[in-house]
Design a protein around this ligand. Structure first.
Ligand code: NDP
Length: 284
């Protein structure tokens, strides 16, 4: 079994981007908006900021209080849309309940939509001509390509149908000529469907739900899940596990992503790649 090392591949991609922008007089700029105090969101925003600094991008982190109104957030987005120094805008999800997510995602200019969440960019993705690709699904495809895993004709099973991961991942796999099955909470005999997969992608949000005997011998297993579970032996009081029982999967899979260190760092690397892409498109 080969471990698909997301830390290693993400570092390679970030090094490539650093080299690509070395001669740029104006560096690409990403603005990340955080509303409120969600601890996981704070960690993710910090990681995105750090990656920008490592690469040499300009970045800005804008924090609004949890009590911020939708109008305040939309006004901030309008200002960033009009700011010619900003290439990419990302609003960290989830948002406090008084703010409607779709209003925010639709307000970010499609030309600065670094996450590919604007309905126009989702439409471009669905019609096979993406402006940019959504970061987590793009990270899944990229890591498999870097390990020269052949997707054409393979049966890919995606467990999860969210707008952020499952649905766009299915579209990117289709674009790579995989035969794609999408599963969700109403799927009958999920274990049997998973066992038919050459490539099994879990994006469920349920710790270690995918069992060893759900995996065909030699399958490629991509674990997108990031779940906090209590762990008294850990100084933080919790540890991160994926949606796949890693130890059991390792006995069956040909390739497997770890959690942490798999798709998480790939997502950040793809965010950096998208920021560069938006910069290039905007600046010609
Ligand atoms: P959502 O909760 O939005 O979606 C979960 C999906 O899993 C839904 O489609 C749901 O089905 C399906 N599901 C839930 N329970 C079951 C079940 N028992 N059987 C089959 N399907 C089920 O989650 P996200 O897509 O946003 O995230 C999924 C996971 O990926 C999470 O652990 C998240 O933390 C992680 N993640 C990791 C990222 C990274 O950078 N590594 C980035 C984004 C997410 P239904 O639609 O029927 O409810």
């Amino acid at each position: 079994m080969t471990v698909l090392d997301g830390n290693l591949v993400a570092k390679q991609i970030k090094d490539e981007i650093r080299r690509a922008i070395a001669g740029y007089a104006v560096k690409p700029k990403l603005v990340v908006i955080l509303v409120g105090e969600n601890p996981a969101s704070k960690v993710y925003v910090g990681m995105k900021d750090k990656a920008c600094a490592e690469i040499g991008f300009a970045s800005e982190k804008l924090v609004l209080p949890a009590s911020a109104s939708e109008a305040e957030l939309l006004a901030l987005i309008d200002r960033l849309n009009a700011d010619d120094t900003v290439d990419g805008i990302l609003c960290q999800l989830p948002l406090p309940k008084q703010i409607r997510e779709h209003q925010v995602l639709e307000r970010i200019s499609p030309q600065k939509d670094v996450d590919c969440f604007h309905p126009m960019n989702v439409g471009y993705l669905a019609t096979g001509n993406p402006f940019v690709k959504p970061c987590t699904p793009a990270g899944v495809i990229e890591i498999m390509k870097r390990y020269q895993i052949n997707l054409s004709g393979a049966h890919a099973v995606v467990v999860g149908r969210s707008n952020i991961v499952g649905k766009p991942l299915a579209q990117l796999l289709l674009a790579e000529h995989a035969t794609v099955t999408i599963c969700h909470s109403r799927t009958k005999d999920l274990a049997a469907v998973c066992r038919s997969a050459d490539i099994l992608c879990a994006a469920i949000g349920k710790p270690e739900m995918v069992q060893g005997d759900w995996i065909k011998d030699g399958a490629v297993v991509i674990d997108v899940g990031v779940n906090r579970v209590d762990d008294a032996t850990n100084p933080r009081g919790y540890k991160l596990v994926g949606d796949v029982d890693y130890a059991a999967a390792a006995k069956r899979a040909s390739y497997l992503t770890p959690v942490p260190g798999g798709i998480g760092p790939m997502t950040i690397a793809m965010l950096m790649q998208n920021t560069l892409e938006l910069h290039k498109r905007r600046c010609g």
